[in-house]
Design a protein around this ligand. Sequence first.
Ligand code: BG6
Length: 302
Amino acid sequence: MSELKTLNSRFGIAGKLSFEQVGDLVTARVTSAFASATIALQGAHVMTWQPKGQAPVIWLSKFAKFALGKSIRGGVPVCWPWFGPHADNAQLPGHGFARTVPWQLLAAKALPDGRVRLDFELVQDEATRAQWPHDSVVRNTVTVGQELEVQLTTTNTGDAPFQLGQALHTYFEVGDIRRATVAGLEGCEYLDKVDGGARKRQQGQVAFTRETDRIYLATRGCCGIVDPALDRTILITSTGSHSTVVWNPWTEKADKMGDFGQDGYLNMVCVETANAAEDVVALAAGETHTMTAQYRVIAAAG
Ligand code: BG6
């Protein structure tokens, strides 16, 4: 039986969950009374999420490639087990390997309240172990409803401690980045990656007039994307994360990336629930760390 047939017969839920091919990737399509979503098994990567009556909340580039071993431009890439460049080996892929390898679907369930939950586990093999020689199990649980919840859980199954960097690198759809702001980071220190990593302090809400690439430290677990163009605020709440990355490539960098399109940057912003830079997690043998991000739309901006 083909992989799609097997998935549909084992996990399909009539009217709520089915599996289909998008480009080279196998994806789960969720439709419920509250929302629709698609999730690629490669990377356990949420590609779309649209609550009923809303414009899409998650941005997916019109030029995204759905190819084996390549990260999708948009959605909710899972950066794991490091964030950004690897600490001491520049040959290893930026943001880790979790977003470009297969994950196995362990379970899918229609919850009594109408939400649909999918549990994925990263498939480890020789190639992943060569990059990350630590015994660990990592799971990603995606719950689709009027809110979207993504929960990344890492267990150290070995007998030595390790350090973990990670992010739910979520691309959000905005009506016009030049008018959008991010609230909830006021007063936080950040590392400014477009200014050589200089340490600065945020004054007021974050506004966008040029390339923005910042790691906010000691963040409070709640922030919002205020979007006057779409007349809504996207609320982001998190647990198990103490850093928040805010990124928009603006024109020049987006041009170089090749999968943004010319105007793509105008309609997106990444606000990433993370453990990055000095906020990496030290995980002792036998310990589990859980990082959760929850997204919901509040009707009016501001
Ligand atoms: C952000 C980083 O999280 O991801 C940026 O802070 C980076 O520096 C961006 O450019 C996109 O990364 P990638 O690997 O998906 O192109």
